[in-house]
Design a protein around this ligand. Sequence first.
Ligand code: DNO
Length: 389
Amino acid sequence: MERTWRWFGKKDPITPAMLRQIGVEGIVTALHEVPNGDIWTAEDIRELKNYIEVNGLHWSVVESLPVAEAIKYGGKERDRLIENYKISLANLGKNGIRTVCYNFMPVIDWIRTDLDHPWPDGSSSLYFSRSRFAYFDCCILQRAGAENDYSDADMQQVRELDKTITQQEKDDLVYSIIVKTQGFVNGNIRESDRNPVALFKDLLSLYAGIDKTALRANMQYFLTQIMPVCDLFDIHMTVHPDDPPFPVLGLPRIVTGEADIDWLLAAVDNPHNGLAFCAGSLSAGRHNDVPALAKKYLKRIHFVHLRSTDILPNGDFIEASHLEGRGRLVKLVQLFEQHAPARLPMRIDHGRNMLDDEQKNYNPGYSFQGRMYALAQVMGIIAAVKELG
Ligand code: DNO
């Protein structure tokens, strides 16, 4: 596998020079300053690509070329937005960039309720609490009918939490779920937005009446439209699985496990319609056997995120060590090293905050020391697999 790293552009305090010292070979990045739906120009792509190359690395994967909301809900602007997407893809292709990660999650990308969940050793990680998420949905968003989506035990906890929660804790929950985790990946909500909850509710309302079947049809339409450009430039589209891999907030989610992936790969049966295999996202669904999925879809996997989670007895999930948990990274690395193309790009996903990471204000999950530590663990697995088979 090729060792890559998600880098957030020239403003990222983690520089390519630092990355070369820790064994990184390729960069995963995006034109983060271009608003969703706008065209990525060939000039801007070339400029960033040159910058990366002058600094001794190369641009291996785009993560993400975001899919505008209207494409996902099938709004009237969707054909214009798909045309823009095709132009951006062609501009990437002309610059020799051939792996593009995206997702098809409505409104909200990845979800966590806690960004600094303490570990016994003094480090911290991301965490998803079912009951706190239910609280956000039922009591902060006050989404109609939300209670029906949760178990009696969850709702009991929601009522308990309601008795003690402070305004600051409510604000923190909103910040974690829809502001901080989204801002740098998705752009729907920004830190400067005054009333994120109202904005978020407006976004949710765009999906009224869009069920799983409708969302699937919109995804199939989008992929069918862009495939000719991908064929022309040999670009692999790699869809990131939904995180977490189950429906949330009344929204359908359609890349959650085996049945969904079977549907997706058959619906647009083109080798350029592929997967970003995020072991962490898939591992947060009890229904997923992560190594079995990797084995089944090996030929359609063109990008790998190495990370793992543990599902707790109450249904919460926590980021696990990269050597443990349901992601089963040792098995995955063995599989990819032995059976995938040698240059399959992989990156470490979601490190813990450790040592001086806390003071650096990195994007949540994208610490330096934590990811470096996990990369060293994975490099150890790779060396062991190479030596022992
Ligand atoms: C979170 C990431 C996701 C991912 C996008 C890809 O840490 O894994 O935001 O980049 O979903 O489109």
